[in-house]
Design a protein around this ligand. Sequence first.
Ligand SMILES: C[S@@+](CC[C@H](N)C(=O)[O-])C[C@H]1O[C@@H](n2cnc3c(N)ncnc32)[C@H](O)[C@@H]1O
Length: 257
Amino acid sequence: MVMDDPESVAHFHEGGLQNPGMQAVYDFGARAVDALLPLNGRLLDLGVGSGRALSAIVRRRPDLKVTAVDLAPNMLATAERLFEEEGIDGQIELVKADITALPDELADGEWDGVSCMWTLHQLPEVEVLRGALRQIASVRRKNDAAVWISDFQRLRDPSATEAMLQCVDPLSPLILRKDAMASESAAFTIDELAAELAAAGLEGMSRGHARPLPYLQAFWTPGARSPRSPIATSSPLRGAARREATLLSLGFSAKPF
Ligand SMILES: C[S@@+](CC[C@H](N)C(=O)[O-])C[C@H]1O[C@@H](n2cnc3c(N)ncnc32)[C@H](O)[C@@H]1O
């Protein structure tokens, strides 16, 4: 689903600022993309939302040039404001487009990497998911580009979702908790996503999931120009967010950094 309801957008965006669990996930994605993208690399980000995940990447890697895509005008407007406030708008071009049917200038563009974070679970049907994965596979094939895909993972026992979210994210406001529950339930298991990736031409990707609670998953592959080790090393997180980021990073079953 395209996420454009102003209240949901505002809560999602605010949650990303306040919530140490969400900040930890953004930090995790930023470390991963850092490890996969070369110096001065060009990144295509699919489903940028309100921009917090991408902002963590760009603040970590001020050398990157990014084109970021979403279909929701309110998300794009929120992301635009965030990037301007943070002084990183010069590095990021925002484009209103469908990630399952990219315009030619993006589909045929030159990219060192493509990222898709916390977005696949939003696609309403498996056929739509397949459309998005075909686009990612095509960008990878044409450019030998790195790929970073991260998302929720659906739990084996759906009745555990509420307790799990309470456990990993006790401070979340109710509206965000409800969104997270809906997202969790709509997400794919890691085996389902692995099968869809392979069918789309993205076979053999590395993969990992959160532990002990497997509520997050990630798939990645380096590109022809990926660096041998991450380019940036420091983390700007402090306090509870830093602790959450460390726990997430230690618990993840495999990761690219
Ligand atoms: C949950 S948000 C994630 C945003 C961001 N990547 C993050 O991690 O914070 C998912 C975004 O995907 C967008 N989206 C869903 N379907 C889409 C589509 N077919 N084309 C473009 N964007 C889409 C939604 O509008 C929403 O902004």
